[in-house]
Write a protein that binds this ligand. Sequence first.
Ligand code: AOF
Ligand code: ZN
Length: 372
Amino acid sequence: QSKNDGAETASESDRRFMAAALRLSGRNLGQTGTNPSVGTLIVTPDGRIIGRGVTAPGGRPHAEPQALAEAGEAARGATAYVTLEPCAHHGRTPPCAEALVEAGIARVVCAATDPDDRVSGRGFALLEKAGIAVTKGVLAEDAAEIMGGYLFRTFRHRCHVTVKLAVSTDGMIGRLGEGQVPITGDVARAHLHAQRAQVDGIAVGIGTALADDPELTCRLPGLEPHSPVRVVLDGEGRLQLGSKLVKSAPSVPLIVACVLEEAGARAAALRLNGAVILGAERVGGRLALPELMEDLAARGIGSLMVEGGAAVARSFLADGLVDRIWLYSGRREVGAGGIPSPVTQQTVPDDYRLTDERMLGPDSFQEWVRES
Ligand code: AOF
Ligand code: ZN
């Protein structure tokens, strides 16, 4: 693959504008359905941004026509920074590559190549045929991270997985038999809820679902409609019909992954109460996660955040399925009876690199991304 094709012709200002386009694309992350959230900037030869676009919630319109509309006639001779290869297929609107040609764009700078069969290279070819200078692969790694859900679902046919952990000063994530133990404060909680809005799905094991009775929605003003699909790993179908997860379904979608032969009538009851039942296999005593990640991707869940508990996180790590770790480190101590975290700031495996670190009130947050 020509991931870095042309990236060598990119200038420092190309990288700066692409970084801005990527930040812009983050705005609708998790809100565009099976479409990736793409960012576009139209920039004049003297470096003024005259158009901005980001894929609209729901997936349409795409980013480019919105940016071109804002730029108007001034787009003639300008450069377009697009975080993904412009599309080449006719959807509800003509292809974005064509729109860029028609607007008289002189140069297009892109980050990621679109793996969609209808696009994959055709977008670039259409632009080049029209005499537009194309620079590819600028900040491709950052784009791969931001669009991880879309790229994984389309390229690798499985979910991009993030494990979230909130760890106490003594390296624990909770206390046995006590359900939710507060480890981080309000600012970290708000941050977590905002992070939830960016992923397509949140998964928990049945142990966590029974112990904590979580709802796993985005409970922040304005973000409520952006709650991801909740997924419970529940081989035997033990999730309670009276749980918050079931009660909030199907208005907030709920998938229960269970072994059909084990769950039997309980699966049918969960279905009647609004859950979608996804059949899974049991291998070596636990649910087969790689297959489950494929099935969820096939249902349009590109990015999945694993919220608990420790055993589930360990299983994902053991299967080599963790692409990213969101690590919240609190200032509280759990003490006796604590459940050790599979990962702490001191024990992140070597093949992950730190990509974000910030304070959230008294607590800290780190993002670690696996080197690809
Ligand atoms: C772009 N700009 O902003 C986005 C693109 O169902 P449709 O017709 O909307 O097409 C979905 C495909 O369009 C999606 O799989 C991906 O290839 C591309 N997304 N392309 O030029 C955008 N969101
Ligand atoms: Zn398009």
